[in-house]
Design a binder for this molecule. Structure first.
Ligand code: NAD
Length: 428
């Protein structure tokens, strides 16, 4: 998110637009425009050199009408109260559109974690929980990893919480490592979830998926499993993926005329999603500029890297053949590009529907923690498919009934469900 754009104002504007479409009462709007609870706290950490350093932590609980708050903890230097507020509000809508019984939350610490030693990171994670433990928990608020935080950090946080409450409580946090309370299928969940929604969109548009081609931006967690899913579940081909090359400080598109082999590319990719371009070239791949992915002659575009990538400039390169844009990343499409999609009749699957597979599987993780009984990967993915398909169909039905675009329809479904829960609980 650019420094200039206040993310929370943007989130409130999006909400106001849909509140208008839904004709919500002013008092309901006021209750949903703001988080229910906000925490900002100091985390003093003893550094390795013996000095004490003070960090500031945040946790925002936007709305818990549908269940405990849910959302990641970011360790990022540009973290502010307003970015966390916006992300918490978006989580409320994401959980509601996926129809999982959770509210929206988000947390963070303004720090670049790569500047800390392993021991300092552990102290910071434990310190965050020491300040927040009374206000999180399996029935209150369940954090998860996000930008700059890892499964190992979730393991430390769970351990600290369990010590403080005096009992093993894996359900306090999700995204834990498998074997330490994590769920099978979480690695594939977001990318496969994207493909379940693409499959439903293709059925709706009467497209033959076995003849379809996709172009994907990114080659990290979401993009890799979206590529595998597109090929293995739909029988289609993937023309290219793209990545950020840290050495060259440039983005590249990696394409193959017969379609990429995601397993080969995975085998030459590092843990940050960077592909070894020399090895790719040797194997017959073409290396093109970073934005080449968006101009490919394909049926489906899957932005799965960063926000703001499909914008007023790049959208002009989209080929006439493109029928579907599936937003694997968060916020990849700017409002100008949205207008272009509407004019061109491109079917957009909005981010908070399209990439809800991650949070849905996090919910499955806490369900398994509560039961102390763990499902096979097949069971997790089949439950995920069911949830994603139902979510997609509910949004499509709303879009057709109200004659609105998919993004507005997704907001209408989500906000409508939260308002209904508030009514049922007697809050309105
Ligand atoms: P990741 O860090 O694993 O991968 C990011 C990929 O994007 C890498 O391959 C990187 O090289 C590439 N990239 C970075 N800058 C680029 C650029 N300028 N051009 C082209 N490629 C570039 O991240 P991820 O977990 O795959 O997440 C991707 C997006 O999906 C983010 O917007 C994230 O918020 C969103 N998302 C992720 C999940 C999840 O479960 N991982 C869930 C919901 C949403």
């Amino acid at each position: 998110m650019s420094e200039k754009i206040n993310a929370f104002h943007m989130a409130q504007q999006q909400f106001d637009h849909v509140a208008e479409l839904l004709n919500l009462d002013p008092e309901v709007r006021e209750m949903l425009r703001w988080p229910m609870r906000e925490y900002k706290f100091m985390i003093p950490v003893r550094m390795d050199d013996g000095t004490k350093r003070v960090f500031f932590g945040y946790r925002i609980q936007h709305n818990d009408a549908r269940g405990p708050n849910k959302g990641g903890i970011r360790f990022h230097p540009a973290e502010t109260m307003d970015t966390v507020r916006a992300l918490a509000m978006w989580m409320t809508w994401k959980c509601a559109v996926a129809d999982i019984p959770l509210g929206g939350g988000k947390g963070g610490v303004a720090i670049d974690p790569s500047t800390l030693s392993v021991h300092e990171k552990e102290q910071l994670c434990r310190g965050w929980v020491d300040q927040m433990w009374r206000n999180i928990g399996p029935r209150q608020d369940v954090p998860a990893p996000d930008v700059g935080t890892t499964p190992q950090m979730m393991g430390w946080m769970m351990d600290e919480y369990s010590k403080l409450v005096g009992e093993y409580t894996p359900g306090v946090i999700t995204g834990k490592p498998v074997g330490g309370g994590g769920s099978l299928g979480r690695t594939e969940a977001t990318g496969f979830g994207v493909i379940y929604t693409v499959r439903e969109a293709m059925k709706h548009l009467k497209m033959d998926s076995t003849k379809a081609w996709a172009a994907i931006q990114g080659f990290g967690n979401v993009a890799q499993y979206a590529a595998i899913g597109f090929i293995e579940m739909l029988g289609g081909k993937v023309a290219c993926v793209s990545y950020w090359d840290r050495e060259d400080r440039a983005a590249y598109t990696v394409s193959h005329k017969d379609g990429i082999d995601p397993y080969f590319l995975q085998s030459i990719t590092d843990q940050y999603g960077t592909i070894d371009k020399d090895k790719a070239r040797e194997a017959g791949y073409e290396i093109e500029p970073g934005d080449a992915w968006i101009g490919k002659d394909v049926d489906v575009l899957i932005p799965a890297a960063l926000e703001g990538q499909v914008n007023a400039e790049t959208v002009q390169k989209i080929s006439d053949r493109v029928k579907i844009v599936a937003e694997g990343a968060n916020g990849p499409t700017t409002p100008e590009a949205d207008e272009f999609f509407k004019e061109r009749g491109i079917f957009d699957i909005p981010d908070f529907l399209c990439n809800a597979g991650g949070v849905t599987t996090s919910y499955f993780e806490s369900v398994q923690n509560d039961m102390n009984f763990y499902w096979s990967k097949e069971e997790v993915l089949s439950k995920l498919d069911h949830k994603m398909t139902n979510a997609f169909q509910a949004v499509l039905e709303m879009a057709e009934k109200e004659g609105v675009y998919m993004r507005d329809a997704a907001y209408m479904v989500a906000i409508g469900r939260v308002v209904k829960a508030m009514e049922l609980r007697g809050w309105l």
